[in-house]
Design a binder for this molecule. Sequence first.
Ligand SMILES: [Zn+2]
Length: 236
Amino acid sequence: MKSLLTTIPCTGKVLEFIVTSPIGDIKISSCQAGLHAVHPCGKDDSTFSADVGHPVLLKTGKQDGSITDCRPANECYMWLKDYFMHKVASTDVPSLCSSVVKKDSFCAKALQQLPEAAPIGKTISYKDLARLCGNEQASRAAGHAMATNPMALLIPCHRVITSAGTPGNYAHGKKNNTKVWLLKFRAGSASEVGVTCTDHQHLFLQYSFTDLFLLNLFFFFFDKHNLDHQITVFLR
Ligand SMILES: [Zn+2]
């Protein structure tokens, strides 16, 4: 697995670019060594409405020169084009600048593991992500790592959901409408790219989130200690 963090020291000067997308403008911040941040621009998404089919185009750059002059930012731009326009997403994401996340920290492990643990069309629970990072009890730490994810979409924190199969919070609960849309967007493309799905993914493919909520409510009262098993049995 390629290391997420670049070994090249931070070059200091951070360039910023804004690109358009179906979920609104996205800001890419990057030095020449690696990405510093990739985030949707809005502070919350209470009035969120996806513009399906809106192209990913460069909107502004806050400095002289083209985005092609900054390799990590340009790789991110190309990745976003593939993600939104062609519904494919490489798990090999552009490098993250080593100044952004402490090497060998739990957070770094979680960010490193996630693209391959939850590729296109799949989800993972906070608990299972914590287990992958070596500490099954660290669900809250996994949640914190996702809430502070420096590279939205590329590191797919929107695919991390609760053990009960509900979406959970996105960006401290301020962009949950975006999270739900992204989950549906990816799930809808799963069959097109031949992804094998877990039972939870079949839930996302076959039912709306209202259906999912009611289903979970039913199982919560029916057997709240054995939810995953019950869902699996239900799907069979
Ligand atoms: Zn840097």
